[in-house]
Design a binder for this molecule. Structure first.
Ligand SMILES: *Cc1c(COP(=O)(O)O)cnc(C)c1O
Length: 361
């Protein structure tokens, strides 16, 4: 099929006053726009029936494959309302490419990137009044794909639905950036070599919920997962990648060996730091190195990164072996400056020498 979307505007959009009230304090992931985009796939037919329509339930037969074997992938990106009234995206082409990689790992039909980007463009255009205009608030876009074939056999499905929904989200940190506390899970791991850790699939998140509950019981905000083989090296937070800042200014982050998600924020921050002349090491980080480094002063800052929260300082780390705090437990200057640098590019407040932002409107 070509890049053709049939457009059926929602006959009952949310009234303006109600929308504005919702946009005043949207939180994260609980307010949704008037529309969605869907595209179907069938083996032998390819992708077809691309539609923009009123957001609503997807009718699914109880034997739909995704409900049983979790053939599902997703992405997360934001549309930004610029000061001049325009709307832009940040590295959406990288999300489209990663969506193809995730599909391949889950043996799903890959969606051509031009359809992924076309769907986003259509949804942002029709729902542009839902993009918050307030500082650091944005329209979070959630493309996802499910196995929609009605079949209980265990094999890759022959039918899929791709869908994009949009959710206005407030600033992640209200009242200033606050460092998070992490719980080191010694019982659970997130991804093993050869597994699905590098794919953005819902199943990885399902497996991370029990350790998240454990972290909350320990009084922590997030879980940090260790490698599944030696239970010694830092993988990631299960939704954010991790960086350490050393006392000589070097950034250290775990390598992409298949057990962590290749974050676009991670990649962007490495590019920005490299341009500053900062040394970057992609190598395994042991929990011992992190703890001893924090105690000796070799590790001066640590942060997590991802699209939703952008850059989040890590304050205290708690485990069965005891707690430790990075520096004074606050937000370090490198973390703060990288956070500002990437936000300024995303919001069109700074030059974009890498061509990361694209204007939609
Ligand atoms: C999405 C995600 C990230 C962050 O990736 P970004 O592209 O920076 O948003 C990190 N870890 C996991 C497991 C993720 O799903």
């Amino acid at each position: 099929m070509g890049d053709q979307f049939e457009i059926h505007p929602n006959p009952h959009p949310v009234a303006r006053a109600e929308r504005e009230a919702l946009l005043a304090n949207p939180g994260f992931g609980r307010v949704f726009t008037d529309h969605m985009v869907t595209i179907k796939y069938a083996e032998g037919k390819g992708w077809y029936d691309a539609r923009v329509e009123a957001r609503g339930p997807l009718p699914l037969d109880p034997a739909t494959a995704v409900l049983h074997y979790a053939q599902e992938i997703f992405e997360g990106l934001k549309a930004y309302q610029l000061a001049d009234g325009g709307v832009s995206l940040f590295r959406a082409d990288a999300n489209a490419a990663r969506f193809v990689d995730s599909a391949q790992r889950m043996a799903m039909a890959p969606l051509p990137p031009e359809l992924f980007l076309g769907a986003i463009r259509e949804l942002v255009t029709i729902d542009r009044d839902w993009i918050p205009g307030t500082e650091e608030a944005s329209l979070y876009l959630r493309p996802f794909q499910i196995a929609s074939e009605v079949f209980l056999g265990v094999r890759p499905a022959k039918e899929y639905i791709f869908c994009v929904i949009a959710s206005p989200v407030g600033a992640y940190f209200t009242g200033g950036v606050k460092p998070v506390s992490l719980w080191v899970s010694s019982e659970y791991t997130r991804a093993a070599p050869g597994g699905t850790g590098a794919a953005k699939c819902g199943g990885n998140y399902a497996a991370s919920l029990a350790p998240m509950v454990e972290a909350a019981e320990k009084g922590c905000d997030q879980v940090v997962f260790l490698d599944a083989v030696e239970r010694k090296y830092v993988d990631e937070l299960g939704g954010m990648n991790v960086f350490l800042v050393l006392d000589d200014g070097t950034l250290v982050t775990p390598p992409l060996t298949g057990t962590i998600l290749p974050g676009i924020t991670r990649d962007s921050l490495m590019t920005l730091a490299r341009a500053d002349g900062r040394a970057i090491e992609e190598r395994p980080i042991s929990m011992d190195e992190w703890r001893e480094g924090a105690l000796s002063g070799r590790v001066v800052e640590s942060f997590a990164c991802g699209t939703a929260a952008v850059v989040t300082p890590i304050g205290t780390i708690r485990s069965e072996a005891g707690d430790f705090t990075i520096a004074d437990g606050g937000t370090g200057p490198v973390t703060d400056s990288l956070r500002k640098r990437i936000l300024d590019i995303q919001w069109g407040r700074a030059a974009d020498p890498y061509g990361w932002t694209s204007r939609l409107l």
